[in-house]
Design a protein around this ligand. Structure first.
Ligand SMILES: Nc1ncnc2c1ncn2[C@@H]1O[C@H](COP(=O)(O)OP(=O)(O)OP(=O)(O)O)[C@@H](O)[C@H]1O
Ligand SMILES: O=P(O)(O)OC[C@H]1O[C@H](OP(=O)(O)OP(=O)(O)O)[C@H](O)[C@@H]1O
Length: 223
């Protein structure tokens, strides 16, 4: 069988995050005219790379944080990821030209309702923080002269304060119901986030017309 353009290394790879963003992204992909192979939306499929209706485009389905890694390293030329991931990854290899308005939430500091307001955070010199966003947490606290001692978790951060791992957490909040269900309150919003279309900087220079074409198609798909 002849190689497709992407197999031959001449097509583009679009990296998409599996999970909640992908669900929200489905109508946008359809409006942008991207039709991945049928098993792309089958969560049970073990395939990671899928051809599309466009012989010059394949999609890969990876974890949300790994979208940024694949695009930064040029393994994928374009991708979709949350602003939280971009803030954490913090690289100049990624250009984020388009806000897709999906996955709207915020990165916040939270602590146990019982400890909130007990002391003055401006007097803290150190604080233990449980998070899957160590860079965001360190930057946020160091900007106010507080040293963050990070306990790195990949999920269930909300358990950390009551189990003695940390005083506060830095995590995503949307409705606030996860915090509430675990006896926590949001004390500070670090950033509001949405998902972005992201592009590898080198690809933008070496393949400007193709990349600009895809940015335009995604932009049109939002309206
Ligand atoms: N509650 C939420 N409301 C809205 N958007 C969210 C919410 N939680 C996460 N997001 C956005 O969706 C992205 C992916 O989150 P998701 O929960 O699907 O993956 P994850 O659980 O962080 O990934 P992994 O499977 O690698 O642990 C986040 O980076 C963020 O931008
Ligand atoms: O404010 P809420 O509307 O309750 O949303 C916030 C929750 O959503 C995210 O978790 P997610 O559902 O993605 O679970 P996970 O982190 O365990 O994957 C986030 O980590 C919070 O736990």
């Amino acid at each position: 069988m002849p190689l497709t353009a992407t197999e031959a290394g001449t097509g583009l790879i679009l990296a998409l995050p599996k999970g909640r963003i992908l669900k929200e992204l489905r109508p946008v992909l359809a409006r942008a005219g991207i039709v991945p192979a049928e098993d792309f939306l089958d969560e049970d499929s073990r395939r990671l790379r899928f051809e599309t209706n466009d012989p010059m485009l394949d999609v890969v389905r990876v974890r949300p944080f790994d979208v940024a890694t694949f695009v930064a390293h040029g393994g994928a030329q374009i991708g979709v990821c949350g602003g939280d991931v971009l803030m954490e990854y913090d690289t100049d290899q990624i250009y984020a030209p388009l806000d897709l308005g999906l996955g709207r939430c915020r990165v916040s500091v939270a602590e146990q309702a019982v400890t909130a307001g007990q002391d003055d955070p401006s007097r803290w010199s150190r604080i233990r923080v449980a998070t899957k966003y160590p860079n965001i947490a360190r930057r946020h606290f160091s900007a106010r002269g507080v040293q963050a001692e990070v306990v790195h978790l990949n999920g269930a951060m909300e358990l950390a304060p009551s189990l003695g791992l940390s005083r506060v957490i830095v995590d995503l909040v949307q409705t606030g119901s996860t915090l509430k269900a675990n006896g926590l309150v949001e004390t500070e919003v670090i950033a509001h986030v949405t998902s972005r279309l992201i592009v590898n900087r080198t690809a933008l220079k070496t393949r400007p017309e193709e990349i600009a074409g895809w940015i335009a198609r995604f932009r049109a798909a939002l309206t």
